[in-house]
Ligand binder design. Structure first.
Ligand SMILES: *[C@@H]1O[C@H](CO)[C@@H](O)[C@H](O)[C@H]1NC(C)=O
Ligand SMILES: *[C@@H]1O[C@H](CO)[C@@H](O)[C@H](O)[C@H]1NC(C)=O
Ligand SMILES: *[C@@H]1O[C@H](CO)[C@@H](O)[C@H](O)[C@H]1NC(C)=O
Ligand SMILES: *[C@@H]1O[C@H](CO)[C@@H](O)[C@H](O)[C@H]1NC(C)=O
Ligand SMILES: *[C@@H]1O[C@H](CO)[C@@H](O)[C@H](O)[C@H]1NC(C)=O
Ligand SMILES: *[C@@H]1O[C@H](CO)[C@@H](O)[C@H](O)[C@H]1NC(C)=O
Ligand SMILES: *[C@@H]1O[C@H](CO)[C@@H](O)[C@H](O)[C@H]1NC(C)=O
Ligand SMILES: *[C@@H]1O[C@H](CO)[C@@H](O)[C@H](O)[C@H]1NC(C)=O
Length: 354
């Protein structure tokens, strides 16, 4: 008797709980830079940046360096997991069989940017979008145009790009005047708009953009610009704020034009500021020094087998000169997926369900 009511109770609970469980989208497509590259650059010749050697991946299952720029899982790994995928989407350049593309593909390439001129030898965002067109057209061939259209409309596109363009501009020209900065940001936004429109025209309807964060607070910029005080570069942060503000506005302005487009803008800059301001609450005790690297703030050289390596990776904000630790990537992914703070106009879970 008791057993029976327990059983009924469980069934009722399942019925009540089931509808709130988010359906897995048909596929996740990932585009952008080293914050999302899960191994594409391994297939590229130099000078493309690589991360397929220790201490990269030291906290990845099996402690293996995979080409991810980080100590373990990175953003798209967590997002894929939250969406219900059993595995993270494979790097485009690793694909040998079309069946591997059915749950989505990761086109990300470390060092790449929105502009073709950013990141010599990497896969530019323009080319990543072309690769997506190929995948979408193959999907149409396999399942027919109408089914492909429906599947793509429910799939998620996640883009992380712009930081490398801003770094390149800043390092090449230094801080220019407001006019020049405004022109540069306008070019970035205009080019991003072209890429988004191409994605839309190829069938994408649910797009997530990760905004640029506090680029001036990365260990590389602190060591370069403020080696004594360790301050953040306000100029560089301002450029990042200007770009993320305009990206958010672009998405807002695009939706009436591109009918049926839904998006999430992740204000990573504000999340970054919030986490830094409440670091202890989030489990971070080291905000300035990178975990793996060399020189001032471990920010003067990439993470390699000869780098300094911190012992507690999880309390560090930065893994290396520019990349977040696994702990931070997980936190930002979790906040973007489930929270309502600094995600516009909805969080990723709501986009998946929309
Ligand atoms: C798309 O289809 C073409 C032609 O069959 C094939 O050569 C190519 O490898 C496919 N691309 C992907 C990413 O599956
Ligand atoms: C792809 O999957 C289909 C269906 O499972 C199978 O029939 C086909 O042989 C697979 N193709 C390859 C190249 O493995
Ligand atoms: C960027 O590169 C793509 C191909 O990789 C090309 O089609 C496009 O015209 C280029 N854009 C500019 C502005 O040069
Ligand atoms: C599917 O779409 C492609 C490209 O738009 C077109 O060339 C093709 O004729 C379409 N196929 C069918 C069966 O409608
Ligand atoms: C800003 O810098 C550009 C490039 O150096 C220069 O051509 C322009 O005159 C400057 N404008 C102002 C207002 O200083
Ligand atoms: C940053 O931008 C704000 C608002 O646009 C401006 O007031 C401030 O002077 C800028 N700071 C720097 C260092 O450029
Ligand atoms: C960015 O947007 C915020 C809020 O909308 C605004 O307060 C700030 O002045 C903007 N900053 C820049 C540099 O555009
Ligand atoms: C997301 O973070 C919250 C708060 O820390 C935590 O309770 C929850 O388990 C996390 N969700 C996942 C899926 O990791």
């Amino acid at each position: 008797m008791e057993m029976k009511s327990y059983f009924i109770g469980t069934i009722l609970l399942l019925i009540i709980v089931a509808p709130s469980v988010a359906p897995t989208p048909p596929a996740l497509y990932v585009y952008g830079d080293s914050l999302v590259d899960v191994g594409n650059n391994n297939y590229l010749p130099n000078p493309a940046f690589k991360a397929n050697f220790p201490f990269q991946g030291i906290d990845y299952p099996g402690s293996i360096p995979t080409g991810r720029f980080g100590n373990g899982y990175i953003g798209p790994d967590y997002l894929a997991k939250y969406m219900g995928f059993l595995q993270s989407q494979p790097p485009y350049l690793s694909i040998t069989n079309e069946n591997q593309t059915l749950r989505g593909v990761n086109f990300g390439s470390g060092g790449s940017g929105i502009l073709n001129s950013t990141g010599l030898g990497t896969i530019s965002l323009a080319r990543q979008v072309m690769y997506f067109q190929e995948v979408a057209s193959n999907l149409s061939r396999r399942v027919g145009n109408l089914t492909a259209k429906k599947l793509l409309a429910k799939s998620i596109c996640y883009i992380s790009s712009g930081s490398n363009d801003i770094f390149a501009y800043f390092l090449t020209y230094g801080l220019l005047n407001k006019t020049t900065n405004d022109q540069f940001i306008a070019t970035l936004v205009k080019t991003l708009k072209t890429h988004l429109t191409t994605l839309y025209n190829s069938g994408a309807r649910k797009i997530i953009i990760l905004g640029t964060a506090g680029l001036g607070c990365t260990p590389v910029m602190r060591s370069l610009l403020f080696p004594i005080s360790g301050d953040c570069s306000k100029d560089l942060n301002n450029l990042s704020i200007q770009f993320k503000n305009e990206t958010r506005a672009l998405l807002q302005n695009l939706t009436p034009t591109l009918s049926g487009l839904r998006y999430v803008f992740i204000d990573a800059y504000e999340m970054d500021s919030l986490i830094r301001a409440n670091a202890h609450q989030y489990g971070f005790t080291e905000l300035t020094n990178a975990c793996c690297g060399l020189g001032r703030f471990n920010g003067q050289a990439p993470c390699t087998p000869i780098s300094n390596l911190c012992s507690n990776r999880d309390n560090h904000y930065s893994w290396d000169l520019v990349h977040p630790t696994r702990a931070l990537a997980k936190l930002i992914s979790n906040m973007s997926y489930y929270d309502s703070l600094h995600v516009f106009p909805m969080n990723i879970q709501q986009l998946v369900n929309a």
